[in-house]
Design a protein. Structure first.
Length: 297
């Protein structure tokens, strides 16, 4: 059947009723978005002749995999698409420069200890080398960013994050800190070297990757938020450039300019990395996105 079926009066009337277009109550923007979303799904059903069993199979998959939505979003490229879309909007508005944004992922935890520079992120013993990372946070003109807070979080050598570790062995906020950046823009920290990891075996993300003929691996990486008065909040991460999955990240988090290669010497590794922030046009640009995040007192 041709997708023009969706444009027939009966289906269009159904869509109008679904979106409540005849009512002056509700949110017009939500009505318009929902109507387009449902219509797009209808077009997909017709275009690919999706069966009733396949529709309900997809619903069951999403229901059972709801706790992995934070992994499915990057896994299907939607989180990276948001970064590309925001980049395009910046370019259209004449904004350029600064450290590239990239995906946050689902494993940030609010309330990490607020500490001074040269902090140790790692509380637990770990059989791996030590990472030393340092650099400066500046504006586009090279000025030091004052009163900045650098949020840092990463996995341990097993690829597990504190608060999400299936072994429940990690100390709360292990490998997580918020660092007060020096007035000259300098930051520094050290921690036990993280390793890459894969999506949970047998979970929704793993099942989808297998159906697509893809893997679910991420390279070793370190996540960052940077917030500072007068500057746009930055969400980014570095992937280690010498990791075998650096150029084939299942979550599409790898971006040009975010692939430093650690200088490995014996049981230590060093990364020098500078961040550049764009100026904020308003208070909203200084704030974090509104996604749900785990909060721990």
């Amino acid at each position: 059947m041709d997708t023009s079926f969706v444009k027939t009066p009966a289906i269009q009337d159904l869509l109008d009723r679904v979106a409540g277009t005849a009512s002056d109550k509700g949110d017009p923007r939500v009505k318009a978005i929902l109507r387009d979303l449902v219509e797009s799904l209808m077009v997909l059903i017709v275009k690919h002749d999706i069966s009733e069993n396949e529709v309900w199979g997809a619903v069951n998959f999403l229901q059972k995999g709801a706790d992995e939505f934070g992994l499915l979003m990057p896994g299907v490229g939607l989180e990276h698409f948001l970064d590309l879309y925001l980049d395009a909007k910046d370019a259209e508005a004449g904004k350029s420069g600064g450290t590239p944004r990239t995906i946050e992922g689902p494993l940030y935890v609010e309330g990490a200890p607020l500490v001074d520079n040269d902090a140790n992120l790692t509380d637990d013993p770990d059989d791996t080398s030590t990472l030393y990372m340092a650099g400066r946070i500046t504006g586009l003109d090279g000025e030091p960013v004052r009163n900045a807070i650098l949020h840092v979080w990463h996995a341990n050598s097993k690829g597990f994050y504190s608060h999400f570790d299936p072994t429940h062995e990690q100390t709360p906020f292990n490998n997580r800190r918020r660092i007060r950046v020096a007035d000259d823009g300098r930051y520094a920290f050290h921690s036990k070297m993280p390793n890459g990891y894969s999506v949970p075996p047998g979970g929704a993300s793993d099942q989808l990757m297998q159906v697509l003929g893809r893997h679910g691996n991420r390279p070793a990486h370190v996540h960052f938020f940077i917030e500072a008065p007068g500057y746009r909040q930055l969400t980014t991460q570095i992937n280690f450039g010498d990791d075998p999955f650096a150029a084939d990240d299942f979550a599409f988090g790898t971006r040009e300019g975010l692939l430093p290669v650690p200088n490995r010497q014996g049981d230590t590794a060093h990364i020098a990395f500078d961040f550049q922030l764009q100026r904020a046009d308003d208070a909203e640009e200084e704030a974090f996105s509104h996604r749900a995040r785990l909060a721990v007192a």
